[in-house]
Design a protein around this ligand. Structure first.
Ligand SMILES: [Zn+2]
Length: 277
């Protein structure tokens, strides 16, 4: 639709073993003829997206909070440290550099409630017109956890003042912006499908599809609520992407950060730092 614009914000990198993201991928397995392949300590970028729409401004995901080192459980820091970023890249700095504060955002769409996607939702506790959107199953699963585990931190979303509106499944939020239910990574992981006038259909997958390999080779992750459900969701994503000739933007693909690589359709205009309409 005319008048929608997407601006990606890059917040620096976490790092983790690549096999955490694509568990059991053939490229990472030792074989009879190759016993010497090493694991890969993989750059794992954090992105959010500002989506300008004539009916409101949406933020897709909320990245990692600046106090992650104090707040994260030791196993989160050990498995996937957020260890490569500048103050300007960090969420609050990047939002400010975009000329925005929490009160300027009408909707915060949280693809899911993991620490690296919901970390700054709490900044919206005093923005009293901002609605926080996530899938109702995600909210229910997270709200019912009796301790922090599996990359969730209740302090990210169980915050007085946050105005959560939960979504029941696939739904159009504003004209040509659709929430797409892709459970499996977590109970209620959602992608966002945006139909742009010039750039065509873009699907921001978040962690429903970590990397290009997750998509091309349909390899899931050991981090996840249900691998079987993840597979169903991946096939739904692919069907939708093919039917609409969409550009798919994976959640944590380091190649998208670097010149010479594009998301999952040859669309040279789509790069971090660009603006798409
Ligand atoms: Zn996640």
């Amino acid at each position: 639709m005319r008048g929608i614009k997407i601006k990606p914000l890059f917040h620096g990198n976490m790092h983790c073993d690549k096999s955490l993201l694509i568990t059991g991928h053939p490229d990472l397995m030792l074989t009879k003829s190759n016993h010497t392949k090493n694991s890969v300590w993989c750059e794992t970028p954090s992105f959010t997206y500002i989506i300008e729409h004539p009916d409101g401004r949406m933020l897709f995901d909320a990245s990692i909070h600046k106090h992650w080192e104090d707040d994260w459980l030791p196993e989160y820091k050990e498995l996937a440290p957020y260890d490569d970023y500048t103050e300007e890249q960090q969420f609050e700095g990047a939002l400010k550099a975009a000329g925005l504060g929490p009160e300027d955002i009408d909707f915060v769409f949280l693809s899911h409630l993991h620490v690296d996607h919901a970390g700054n939702a709490k900044l919206f506790d005093t923005a009293n017109t901002t609605q926080i959107l996530c899938h109702e199953d995600e909210y229910a699963a997270a709200a019912n956890m009796d301790k922090d585990e599996h990359f969730f931190l209740r302090g990210d979303y169980d915050v007085p003042g946050l105005r959560f509106s939960t979504l029941p499944g696939d739904i159009e939020i504003m004209k040509d912006i659709h929430a797409i239910s892709l459970p499996g990574h977590t109970a209620g992981t959602m992608a966002l499908k945006i139909q742009l006038e010039h750039s065509g259909t873009i699907i921001l997958t978040s962690d429903a599809c970590y990397l290009k390999e997750s998509y091309d080779d349909e390899v899931g992750s050991m981090i996840g609520a249900s691998l079987e459900q993840w597979g169903h969701s991946m096939r739904k994503l692919k069907m939708m992407a093919r039917a609409e000739n969409a550009t798919v933007i994976p959640g944590h693909d380091h190649n998208i950060c670097h010149e010479g690589h594009a998301p999952l359709r040859d669309e040279p205009k789509l790069r971090v730092g660009g603006e798409y309409d």
